[in-house]
Design a protein around this ligand. Structure first.
Ligand code: GDP
Ligand code: IMO
Ligand code: MG
Length: 436
């Protein structure tokens, strides 16, 4: 029986997961998202086009691959149908190769408003949420009164919707939030609701399935399945830099609960990380650079959010955090992206260890992440374009030393080196990655 391979982020999101899923997609029959929702922005570039996907898996542009939105994912009907429209406008028909779980929870218009209200309420302590309603929807899921996509097919859906909306409106009053004048995407609640309900009717034309049976049957039939993560390990609700995290398990464990796949059916775990670090939103960031070097990383890497357009905070690679993420996820293969961003840096630094309360440590602390100091190691840059590097051997010697150092200090092999945003700018260091 086949196992599910996993691609997920090892940092604070935006590691280049979408690009890597797209590059590896031809080896797979099924690509399945297991958590998160429209807070994600996964960028794919090929054949002169750039696409940003939010809820839809990154295999959608391969018509022979089935894409699955698993039970762990959240769906905003309006955002989802806008994404479908973008895909259709580019000449693809996603209803042919996309299936959605009956159990995926719905982000209601009032969940989006609630996100705004809660962030306002937090003031200076705000999470820096993408404001897509993620936190409030997962909250309702665990509070056991959320609404699932499958529920929308039932006769009592509208009644249940109105009851949940009324609960939200009562909560706004407690938060002192003027929901009557608030706009979502420039629309009043009534206007957004109208669009949301008509989008929901459109979604009903898609294949809404019991995705746990679909995926397990596919594995039994010997099909190759790839699970696509959103966000990153350091945004995980349990293991991330809490409370500055998202509201789902972004780690390998999330594949089991978000797709209905047993732990003994997890295969290769590909951990994607940038050759440096970025973070968007609030929260601790031990290697953050507040100077012109950070600015240069932002400029070279075009570090602006794919979902919100916000400038991403930038800093050096952080080995204690990377090793922690490798441990939590059981990473079998590393994939490094954006190494080209470092091409013209005379010196490249890496946090090798931390100092916490005066003590040197290689561990990522559980609590009090604000008090971390870093011990940095320096490398000479390679000062060379990577545009002509097609094989690992073609990389400049100093770039290879940097990668060797990472492999040695993580005890994990780097299997892919990404040297640009395009599908073709991908160097495979190990062959036959898929489905071992
Ligand atoms: P994701 O959320 O993990 O899929 O990542 P995003 O799409 O939000 O952000 C990654 C950004 O880096 C996108 O603009 C990609 O097109 C781009 N990108 C991905 N890999 C590379 C790479 O190796 N080099 C460069 N320069 N850009 C890359
Ligand atoms: P992808 O899949 C980067 C961040 C937000 C905020 C925190 C909580 O593209 O890597 P939320 O909207 O979930 O309530 O926000 O998490 N965040 C991301 N940062 N990439 C993402 O997704 C993110 N999704 C959420 O900026 O700090
Ligand atoms: Mg992203």
């Amino acid at each position: 029986m086949k196992k599910v391979d996993v691609i997920l982020g090892l940092q604070w999101g935006d590691e280049g997961k979408g690009k890597i899923v797209d590059a590896l997609a031809p080896d797979y029959d099924i690509i399945a998202r297991f958590q998160g929702g429209p807070n994600a922005g996964h960028t794919l570039e090929f054949d002169g086009h750039k696409y940003v996907l939010h809820t839809i898996p990154s295999g959608i542009f391969h018509s022979h691959i089935t894409n699955v939105i698993g039970n762990g994912v959240l769906i905003d009907a309006h955002i989802f149908m806008k994404e479908i429209a973008m895909i259709r406008a580019n000449g693809y028909e996603p209803s042919k190769n996309l299936k959605l779980s009956q159990k995926a929870h719905l982000i209601l218009p009032t969940h989006r408003m609630m996100d705004v209200a809660l962030e306002q309420f937090k003031g200076k302590e705000k999470i820096g949420s993408t404001l897509k309603g993620i936190g409030p929807t997962y909250t309702d899921k665990t509070a056991r009164h959320g609404l699932r996509l499958g529920d929308s097919l039932e006769a009592d859906f509208k009644t249940r919707y109105e009851a949940l909306k009324a609960t939200h409106i009562r909560q706004f009053e407690g938060l002192n939030f003027d929901w009557k004048t608030y706009k979502i995407e420039n629309l009043s609640l009534d206007e957004y609701e109208q669009k949301w309900f008509s989008a929901l009717e459109e979604i009903k034309k898609f294949d809404i399935i019991s995705s746990e049976y679909f995926i397990n049957q596919a594995l039994n039939e010997g099909k190759n399945v790839l699970a696509e993560g959103a966000q990153g390990t350091l945004l995980d609700i349990d293991f991330g830099s809490y409370p500055f995290v998202t509201s789902s398990n972004t780690t390998t464990a999330g594949v089991c609960t978000g797709l209905g796949v047993a732990p003994n059916k997890i295969g290769n775990v590909y951990g994607v990380f940038k050759a440096y670090c970025t973070r968007v939103g609030s929260g601790p960031f031990p290697t953050e650079l507040h100077d012109e070097i950070g600015e240069k990383l932002r400029k070279n890497g075009n570090e602006f959010g794919s979902t919100t357009g916000r400038a991403r905070r930038c800093g050096w690679l952080d080995l204690p955090a990377l090793n922690y993420a490798i441990m939590i996820n059981g990473v079998t293969n590393l994939i490094v992206t954006k190494i080209d961003v470092l091409n013209d840096f005379p010196t490249i630094e890496v946090a090798e260890t931390y100092v916490v309360n005066g003590q040197k440590t290689a561990e990522f602390p559980s609590i009090n992440l604000d008090n971390i100091k870093t011990n940095l190691m320096s490398f000479k840059g390679w000062n060379h374009s990577l545009a002509n590097a097609k094989n690992y051997e073609d990389l400049p010697k100093r770039a290879k030393s940097y990668l060797d150092f990472i492999e040695k200090n993580t005890n994990t092999a780097i299997s892919i080196v990404s040297t640009g945003p395009n599908r073709l700018e991908t160097i495979y260091k190990s062959k036959n990655l898929c489905c071992e």
